[in-house]
Ligand binder design. Structure first.
Ligand SMILES: [Ca+2]
Ligand SMILES: [Ca+2]
Length: 369
């Protein structure tokens, strides 16, 4: 290998990153239509492994629960089917952990909570049976965090809304119980930011505006700033240190998109959903949030419509991934010097003085995180 070959490679990848960043930054706080699902569905589960986002189960036309699973190639903007689940499920909880998908609980078109766990291995395109929940749950929500799965709330097999926190350790494999949520909720959402899990919205009859922070390290709950608009079954995903909560239902279908800043403990408004939906599981991509399908009226009317939301830019985030970190520092260094001028964009010029210099470096440092 010639000396300097690595450097030129590095330059090419940084240039590619900047091109992506420029196209992303050209339109932030916006929704963009993506390839539709093959099957209209709502009350799904969704999760991402590497460059593939998966959408499993849900209610499909005819009010049937489905076994089907669709895989979205993020780079190609294309959907394809993978092996179906062993049993139909809607209102399921789903996470990705260590390269596998975990489907937990849910209904089977009957609104009666189930306890089974199904595990999908993308390498073999096969599903297997995991460790069942200690108690059946439907319309619960699960997240993966530091090698474990946390499942919050939902309804039990008798249809009673729960306050429970169940914790799955795949090393056991075993379920244990954590501290109860401050309030019982189903059709709720949760997202992980840093060391905390934020459990937001949901309902127990009327919708809730609760925003409760769970600390897995000491099994404690903290009540955070309420979501401005009480909603359930929203499209919810973490993006850097912010959490996007878009759409939802009860007592109506909502288009509102509210963004929670976990650092400031404040909420702000994002661009509303152009196609308002509920019962939709969102997936964080690198510079956007994928929102596949969902219900387009309150209650039941599933769609194939899929879009992405690009959150508002935060100062210092040149690469558009929602965080200010080493990627942004590298982008700044590669763009160092005078801006090329129109029509070439200069996203690393954070203070808009037509040069990428120490002022911009200081802005990155000031907004680090
Ligand atoms: Ca960044
Ligand atoms: Ca500048």
């Amino acid at each position: 290998m010639k000396p300097g070959a690595d450097v030129s490679c590095w330059r090419i990848s940084i240039t590619a990153a900047l091109v992506i960043a420029q196209s992303a930054l050209a339109q932030t706080n916006t929704w963009i239509v993506r390839a539709p699902l093959n099957i209209a569905r709502q009350e799904t589960g969704a999760a991402r492994i590497d460059q593939i986002a998966y959408v499993a189960g849900g209610l499909v036309p005819g009010f049937q629960a489905t076994t089907t699973v669709e895989a979205y190639d993020i780079e190609k903007d294309a959907w394809d089917f993978v092996a179906p689940m062993p049993q139909p499920r809607d209102h399921l909880a789903m996470v990705a952990l260590d390269g596998k998908l975990y489907v937990i609980g849910g209904y089977a078109g009957d609104a009666i909570a189930k306890s089974e766990m199904f595990i999908f291995d993308p390498e073999s395109n096969r599903w297997s049976l995991g460790t069942a929940l200690p108690s059946a749950r439907g319309a619960a929500w699960a997240v993966a965090h530091e090698g474990k799965i946390y499942l919050f709330g939902g309804k039990n097999a008798a249809g009673v809304t729960q306050q429970t926190t169940f914790i799955f350790d795949p090393q056991g494999p075993s379920w244990s119980q954590g501290a109860n949520m401050p309030t019982a909720r189903e059709h709720l959402n949760a997202a992980v930011v840093g060391q905390f899990i934020y459990v937001i919205g949901g309902r127990n009859g009327p919708s809730s505006n609760a925003n409760h922070r769970y600390n897995p390290s000491d099994n404690s709950w903290t009540i955070m700033a309420n979501m401005p608009t009480a909603r359930s079954a929203s499209a919810t995903a973490a993006f850097g240190h912010r959490i996007i909560v878009a759409g939802g239902e009860v007592p109506q279908l909502f288009a509102v998109n509210e963004i929670y800043d976990t650092i400031d403990n404040t909420w702000s408004l994002g661009a509303p959903m152009p196609v308002p939906r509920h019962g939709v599981s969102a997936v964080s991509l690198d510079t956007s949030i994928l929102v596949p399908g969902g219900g387009i009226i309150q209650g039941f009317l599933p769609t194939t419509h899929t879009d992405i939301y690009i959150p508002p830019q935060i100062l210092g985030d040149i690469t558009g991934d929602g965080a200010v970190n080493i990627d942004d520092l590298l982008a700044l260094i590669s763009a160092w010097g005078p801006c090329p001028g129109p029509p070439t964009a200069c996203p690393a010029d954070l203070d808009d003085n037509n040069a990428v210099n120490v002022d911009d470096l200081l802005l990155i440092i000031a907004n680090w995180g």
